[in-house]
Write a protein that binds this ligand. Structure first.
Ligand SMILES: NC(=O)c1ccc[n+]([C@@H]2O[C@H](COP(=O)([O-])OP(=O)(O)OC[C@H]3O[C@@H](n4cnc5c(N)ncnc54)[C@H](OP(=O)(O)O)[C@@H]3O)[C@@H](O)[C@H]2O)c1
Length: 379
């Protein structure tokens, strides 16, 4: 496994980390974790040198941290760095932060979290946490050893990102970056800004939640076919991220053994600045094709869920984008939309409360998109 320096701390960390947000569930419809398969995947990943595990209080209905602990039981804790996140939406007073961290240490069965991130900072959560003296809390937790490194994950716009980077002596930050998101959220400029100030920069959604790795439209396949070397779409996506020398660790939400095998192989070969200008041109072409086709820039993170009215926001956007990106016949999308309606989850149920938009890391205009989709596919 290739390693890179962890910001100004100077220690070395693997370039590939395991994102424990998309572990396998018992069935495609179920949200219940397949815990034994998840533990097996995590252990296999560690065996392959993927010794950075990223979880959060809220992943998989609160089960993800406990499953990480299960995978590390029997003496494997010292082999890895564990990152988890403070759920700002559960913080109502300063003492809540100490309580939540205590609960997380318990769930993770550890005395120290290696990287403790303030989860999903944005223009609402950052001032809210500052109002609860979050930076004094981080100072205390670092000083008494409950956390080793302090950081934050981010979903908002570049100016706020820079403001947060400059507000504290952070060790690390987690940003969304892939070849489609070069200039959204923190983007490439944010990556360079944070790395330039000595922060280790971890990357989430390197394959846009898997959308850059699945079946490709014909136009995209034609571009990849012109490359001198044959690579899977996942490999193109991951290589682009590792090509950035400022990136520290790329988190991948791997949910099969094959994905762990493939991604760890690529991690061993994808050196910074190793893509040729011809290869970068191909990636630019693919980006343009997708930009022309994508209708709603939803990454499927699910932060908008559950919708109080039961609208299946993520599923509806997914189907809508699939239809646009892969030229699916209209009747197929309509049939799928009808299936949502039969389960009381279509867009007509929207009550306009706006809770989804407050939670959306992509700052999507969710309600307007739902209205458009209902007009196009509802009866
Ligand atoms: N703090 C935050 O706000 C936040 C937000 C988002 C993510 N994160 C963290 O960042 C981690 C990484 O983000 P992500 O899970 O969205 O990563 P991602 O790599 O963009 O997406 C993961 C998906 O990519 C597909 N994939 C991965 N490797 C593949 C391969 N070799 N071949 C084919 N498909 C492949 C899989 O899709 P299929 O399931 O379709 O096979 C997998 O579920 C998360 O797991 C989480 O720990 C944090």
């Amino acid at each position: 496994m290739q390693k890179r320096k962890f910001g100004r701390q100077g220690s070395e960390v693997p370039v590939l980390g395991f994102g424990a947000m998309r572990m396998p569930t018992l069935s495609p419809e179920s949200r219940e974790l397949d815990e034994s398969l998840s533990v097996a995947l995590l252990r296999h990943a560690i065996d392959k040198g993927i010794s950075y595990l990223d979880t959060a209080y809220s992943y998989h209905g609160g089960r993800s941290e406990a499953v990480v602990a299960k995978a590390l039981a029997g003496g494997r804790r010292d082999e890895v760095m564990v990152a988890t996140k403070l759920p700002h939406w559960l913080v109502e007073k300063p003492e809540d932060m100490d309580r939540l961290l205590g609960e997380q240490l318990e769930r993770l069965q550890t005395a120290q979290v290696d990287c403790y991130l303030l989860h999903a900072l944005n223009k609402e959560s950052w001032p809210k946490l500052c109002g609860h003296d979050v930076l004094a809390f981080l100072d205390r937790a670092r000083a008494d050893g409950r956390i080793k490194y302090a950081g934050f994950s981010f979903h908002d716009r570049l100016p706020l990102f820079k403001q947060i980077v400059d507000a504290y002596d952070w060790d690390c930050c987690l940003i969304q970056l892939n070849y489609m998101d070069v200039d959204s959220q923190a983007g490439i400029e944010g990556l360079r800004y944070a790395a330039g100030r000595g922060l280790a920069v971890q990357i989430m959604e390197p394959l846009l939640g898997g959308r850059l790795a699945g079946t490709q439209p014909e136009e995209v396949r034609a571009v990849w076919a012109r490359a001198p070397v044959g690579r899977t779409p996942a490999e193109w996506g991951l290589r682009w991220v590792w090509n950035q020398p400022e990136v520290t660790t790329v988190l991948s939400g791997m949910n099969t053994m094959e994905q762990i095998e493939e991604n760890s192989r690529i991690a061993g070969e994808a050196w910074p600045c190793s893509l040729s200008s011809a290869e970068l041109d191909l990636i630019r072409e693919v980006r343009e094709i997708y930009r022309r086709r994508t209708k709603v820039n939803c990454t499927g993170c699910g932060y908008c869920l559950p919708c109080p009215a039961g609208v299946r926001i993520r599923d509806i956007f997914y189907e809508y984008n699939q239809a646009a990106m892969y030229d699916l016949p209209r009747r197929e999308t309509q049939a799928m939309y009808q299936w949502f309606a039969e389960r009381q989850g279509d867009a007509s149920r929207c009550t306009d409360c706006g809770q989804c938009e407050a939670a959306c890391p992509q700052t999507l205009n969710v309600r307007e998109a739902l209205r458009d989709i209902h007009l196009a596919f509802g009866d």
